[in-house]
Design a protein around this ligand. Structure first.
Ligand code: NAD
Length: 347
């Protein structure tokens, strides 16, 4: 474990657990970053990490991100994350998942798990056999439409900021990725008569978007250079980077992709170019809010959408402070989240 306290202490991590279950071969790591606002929620990622250090790096980075995301969404939750080291296609089975469930159970509810890459809702049904401390199993429903709803509402706030009104009718939105979130977002946008330019590496999804919503289709590499009002990354992370930023012909970047900015400098470069960026973990929190509503027993979709729609006020506050302090919105989003966490820690 040499060096791990060096990583944990400066960034305020609370716990880092290594679990090994000899009968199933499970190797899992659970990181709890901060529980000042509530139990640490974060999905479980299963991935064949090249080294143990890479797995620890990932779980620590992701756990901290969850703290900010939950704080920014004003939820009574902290941040945590888990990784299972292994190839989901080869190593995942009921014995391993149940062993993992017992690990989560041992933490007594300080960590609540959910889905992530390599672990889906059906896997959580297995984990559920050993622990109650999870959210998002197959009976809970799909969070993607709620994430898309939040992104759509967030775009309206961005449009108000840049064009003076929330209506998206007649605006052109370039959507990268037509998966669970991207396709649901397109539906909202098409209903509002926004013009769509779409791309996906799966040609079937593109064909469907053209047929359903009259979208214009472009090749994946061409999406960055499209003349549009809003660019909506809804696929992979790190797509806003030194290579793509000079190509952008939009006034707003607002989408669901996690960790959209390659790094801090990429956010600063967008800001210098006058392109408004909706901080990813603020605008894509709809799914997390939905999951939290399930935890709190709120099941009415209308009520849930009403709660998600409040991210409009959060973005408004971020953009206002960004103007006042002359700092990029993602920097302000981090500051606001930190203020919330520190005041809870003091209390
Ligand atoms: P998904 O896997 O359902 O869809 C992703 C889509 O992107 C797929 O159709 C895939 O073919 C496409 N894609 C992948 N690489 C591409 C590329 N280079 N160019 C164009 N298309 C590409 O995922 P999702 O659930 O829709 O999530 C999309 C993004 O939003 C991810 O970054 C995810 O982490 C983030 N996110 C999702 C949720 C949620 O509720 N699902 C919540 C928060 C954040």
């Amino acid at each position: 474990m040499a060096g791990y306290f060096t990583k944990m202490v400066p960034l305020g991590y609370e716990e880092l657990h290594l679990f090994h279950d000899p009968p199933s071969g499970l190797k899992a790591i659970i990181a709890i970053h901060n529980t000042a606002l509530g139990p640490a929620l974060g999905g479980t990622r299963m991935f064949n990490y090249p080294t143990e250090e890479a797995a620890v790096e990932d779980v620590l980075r992701l756990a901290r991100g969850m703290t900010y995301k939950a704080a920014a969404a004003d939820l009574g939750l902290g941040g945590g994350k888990a990784v299972i080291i292994g190839d989901p296609a080869r190593d995942k089975n009921e014995r391993l998942l149940r062993a993992y469930g017992r690990c989560v159970e041992k933490l007594g509810g300080r960590y609540i798990t959910s889905v992530d890459m390599g672990i889906d809702e059906k896997d959580l049904d297995c984990v559920r056999l050993e622990t109650e401390h999870l959210l998002g199993e197959s009976t809970a429903g799909n969070p993607s439409p709620y994430t898309a709803f939040g992104v759509w509402r967030g775009m309206k706030r961005c449009a108000t900021e840049v064009y003076g009104e929330p209506g998206l009718e007649g605006l052109t939105v370039a959507v990268q990725g037509l998966g669970g979130v991207g396709s649901a977002l397109c539906r909202h946008l098409a209903e509002e008569r926004a013009r769509l330019i779409v791309t996906d590496i799966d040609p079937e999804k593109v064909k469907r978007a053209v047929e359903l919503w009259g979208a214009a289709a472009v090749e994946p590499g061409e999406i960055y250079g499209q003349e549009c009002h809003i660019f909506a990354p809804c696929a992979a992370g790190a797509v806003i980077n030194p290579e793509t930023i000079p190509r952008l012909k939009c006034r707003i970047v607002a989408g669901s992709a996690n960790n959209m900015l390659l790094d801090e400098e990429s956010g600063a470069a967008l800001y210098r170019r006058g392109i408004l960026y909706a901080p990813d973990y603020v605008i894509n929190a709809g799914g997390l809010i939905f999951v939290d509503c399930c935890r709190l027993g709120i099941t009415d979709p209308e009520e849930i959408r009403g709660i998600i729609a409040r991210l409009d006020e959060r973005l408004q506050a971020i953009f206002r402070r960004s103007r006042e302090e002359k700092k990029p919105p993602e920097v302000i989003a981090d500051l606001i989240a930190e203020e919330r966490i520190y005041s809870a820690m003091k209390a």
